[in-house]
Design a protein around this ligand. Structure first.
Ligand SMILES: Cc1cc2nc3c(=O)[nH]c(=O)nc-3n(C[C@H](O)[C@H](O)[C@H](O)COP(=O)(O)OP(=O)(O)OC[C@H]3O[C@@H](n4cnc5c(N)ncnc54)[C@H](O)[C@@H]3O)c2cc1C
Length: 468
């Protein structure tokens, strides 16, 4: 019997376990697995609570529809009819500019304008930035092919205001990080490629749009996908397919060590032998587990930065719901000097998230903003959020409920040079046969990429063990 250890019970580790379980069932192969999870519950940051008729997401609230792996997994789990799309007809996101909520103009693709009139008349940008947008269409292709920060690329094309008002707030919502330190090649690879080919990002976007057949454009997917009962339902459905005896919660792995023809996984109860291991942990935690068998690899993994985040969910009555502007919510540029970075009007973004007479708001702190308030009590955090919601969106009155969720160092930050680091990590990993890595530290932080990484890691081992 071949045995595979999976370290980490978030969606990456669960996806790896699912892949092995399916392989075993379908092929009848003699392969077994054990999944180690340090905490008492599986699912990692996928956590949903039902409060006062609302579906409250503590961690991720959805995944981007363009990346198929999470939705594919849902369909394999029989959850196809549970998938829900974002209410894109009502999609409108506001940016706080000098204390006022300004809607993002129609036609902006990330921060690249593709429609002249809405952007030209939008108060979101100064005339100087609008002029830069027009000039950007003449931007020459980039000859240098090294990496740089997102801020540096955006500033070269559109100026500093675009970084402050759009690039930075949009990225902090996804990575909890700052445009100043995130790698353009790792975070916005399409933009780096567009610049190389066309020079102008605006020209590249327009060319790409022309290539989409009209019929395809009309049946566009919703931007975000989620599950009717929340993201935890995905984790629970995977767990229900796994062999209960293979799942070890409250089992923190200290180290993994290669031995003659396999690996030892060491935790408080001792060492257990396996033919292969999948480390499905945040890269910093992976670094700790691998420090003895591969100090150089551990050094590279430990250098991948992570940021902390806090979400605060607030439920309100219908008066607040009616008083809020339409749309998905707002982003707060750091220059506005607020502590929260974003708020989502959850009841508008997805169907089935709140009863018709409730408002559900989700406020977000990340990176330096989360660190600055990390030591605050839940009551203090709720007070901060309520105060800022009142200032920004005029939200008054007592919330019907409030919940605070803290995620310490859970979001990977792909810094400048990340892809080169991944090449070094891959070369070092290959020197340790039977070791695979999965998780959000490598080639995608979102749930779909984590699902893909877990399943690919399992497939690699299964293929190798089949040939052995
Ligand atoms: C607040 C927040 C909002 C997000 N929003 C979105 C979103 O809307 N859409 C999206 O696509 N993505 C989103 N993400 C990102 C995405 O959810 C995560 O990147 C992904 O879920 C990470 O899954 P994972 O399994 O790799 O890691 P984790 O979920 O972090 O799981 C790792 C697990 O390993 C365990 N562990 C740690 N050390 C050990 C050890 N030594 N031994 C055993 N077990 C150990 C941990 O307890 C944990 O359960 C969000 C993330 C956060 C934090």
């Amino acid at each position: 019997m071949k045995r595979i250890a999976i370290v980490g019970g978030g969606i990456s580790g669960l996806s790896a376990a699912f892949e092995i379980e399916e392989y075993r069932r379908n092929s009848g192969s003699a392969v077994d697995y054990v999944l180690y999870e340090s905490s008492a519950r599986l699912g990692g940051v996928l956590r949903t609570e039902k409060i006062d008729g609302c579906v409250v997401e503590a961690g991720p609230d959805s995944f981007i529809s363009e990346k198929p792996w999470a939705a594919d997994l849902c369909r394999e789990l029989g959850l196809g009819d549970q998938l829900i799309g974002s209410n894109d007809a009502d999609r409108k996101t506001y940016i706080l500019v000098r204390g006022r909520l300004i809607p993002m103009p129609d036609g902006l693709m990330f921060m690249v304008p593709t429609k002249i009139l809405p952007t030209g008349f939008s108060p979101l940008f100064s005339w100087k930035t609008k002029l830069r947008m027009a000039q950007e269409l003449l931007h020459p292709p980039r000859s240098a092919d090294g990496d740089e920060s997102v801020a540096s690329m955006v500033e070269r094309h559109y100026g500093a205001e675009m970084v402050d008002r759009l690039a930075d707030p949009l990225l902090s919502g996804v990575y909890g990080g700052e445009a100043e330190s995130l790698s353009v090649r790792a975070v916005l690879p399409r933009f780096a490629e567009m610049e190389r080919k066309y020079g102008s990002l605006g020209k590249a976007m327009l060319a790409a749009r022309k290539k989409i057949p009209a019929a395809k454009a009309q049946v566009a997917r919703p931007l975000f996908t989620s599950l009717h009962d929340g993201m935890q339902h995905l984790a629970e459905s995977v767990i229900a397919r796994l062999t209960p005896e293979s799942l070890r919660t409250n089992s923190s792995v200290g180290t993994v060590q290669p031995e003659a023809s396999g690996w030892n996984v060491v935790n408080e109860s001792g060492a257990e032998r396996f033919d292969a291991v999948i480390i499905a942990l945040p890269a910093r935690a992976a670094s700790m587990v691998l420090r003895e068998c591969g100090p150089e690899l551990a050094g590279e993994l430990g250098a991948i930065q992570y940021s902390s985040s806090i979400t605060v969910a607030l439920g309100y009555d219908n008066r607040v719901r009616q008083s809020l502007p339409p749309g998905f919510g707002f982003l707060v540029p750091r220059s506005e000097g607020k502590r929260m970075l974003a708020a989502t009007f959850v009841h508008n973004k997805f169907p089935h998230r709140a009863p018709p007479d409730r408002a559900l708001l989700r406020c977000f702190f990340a990176g330096a903003n989360a660190e600055a308030v990390w030591e605050s009590s839940d009551a203090e955090l709720i007070a901060i959020v309520r105060h800022e919601l009142q200032q920004i969106a005029g939200v008054r009155g007592e919330p019907l409920f409030a919940r605070v969720y803290r995620w310490k160092l859970a979001m990977a930050q792909y810094g400048v040079g990340h892809l080169e680091r991944l090449e070094r990590i891959e070369a070092l990993r290959r020197k340790l046969p039977g070791l695979a890595l999965a998780g959000n530290g490598y080639r995608g932080i979102g749930v779909p990429d984590c699902v893909r990484s877990g399943r690919e890691a399992a497939k690699e081992h299964l293929e190798r063990l089949r040939k052995a």
